[in-house]
Design a protein around this ligand. Sequence first.
Ligand code: F6R
Length: 357
Amino acid sequence: DLGTYPYYMAKEIDEQPAVLRKIIQAYQNEQGQFELDKTIISSIENSDRIYIVACGTSYNAGWVGKQLLETIAHIPTEVHLASEFGYNMPILTKKPFFIFLSQSGETADSRQVLVKINAMGFPSLTLTNVAGSTLSREADFTLLLHAGPEIAVASTKAYTAQITVLTALSETIARENGVAGDGNMAHELGIVATGMERILSEKTAIEQLATDFLSTSRNAFYIGRGIDYYVVMEAALKLKEVSYVQTEGFAAGELKHGTIALIEENTPVIAIITNKATAGHTRGNVQEVSARGAHTLVIAMEGLEQQNDQIVLPEVHPLLTPLVSVVPTQLLAYYTSLHRGNDVDKPRNLAKSVTVE
Ligand code: F6R
């Protein structure tokens, strides 16, 4: 039900703070700490490496998941595209544990990998939004995303839900393993939900930025470093699929090694800056492209912002910044698509669930 919304994408972007709160509730114990099914945790504890397998937006969430699992739970984690993994399997460790990220739970590329690793006898967990879906039935374990039905073809709330459940998983593993962890993540995610609401209250300004930066351009760049790089990959995918603007999500430091040749007068370059350690260098990259004529838009976290930055994000835990930095990029994609007269919820050439390889 759309309610008062013109499109599901707009509704689903707005639902994200509520989804986060639902996940916190679903996965916390009476002490307000995350606690997940013990059998999942002990199976992961018995493994020596996690392999995340996914496609598209779920794959992009996987990269943030790697950062969470490695930093909070200290488990080496690799991230793989399902469509490549099945045919070109990397050398596996002795005791791999597989995590499939899939909103629909029906993606054929991911399923063919699951069939293969099931035949090899390796344990697996599916994070999905759909109880009883194929990937859920065929994996050993399931954790539900609790995001509610996602109808728009472009995935938004499933991305933030995946990162949130992966945070809960990382923290539970850390505690069971006696690793210090990174604070009380259930509490930190509550702060994130409030931060998301603040960004969502600034929609009018973001709609204006979509008009100013993206309404007529044929191409665009998103740049960032570290955890911001993972988010720009997702930001670029979102803008491409709904607005049809050719967009690259690029590691900010890598631009100068070739791709900066594409920067012309008025090329939109959007930078995400949420990390103190890399902010200075990314600022340098913004200046480099600006000196070559780029039309630069900066999305920066409070505390790291500068005077002319167009979007300032509320400060959150350093590992959870993707949950807030992605929101303005979803809105930029949405408004650009809307202004260009596209079918926001059903972009051309795409299907919600991709059941062919
Ligand atoms: C992008 C998008 C797709 C899906 C991908 C995987 O907005 O929706 O890239 O993320 O097809 O789908 P699931 O997560 O259902 O396996």
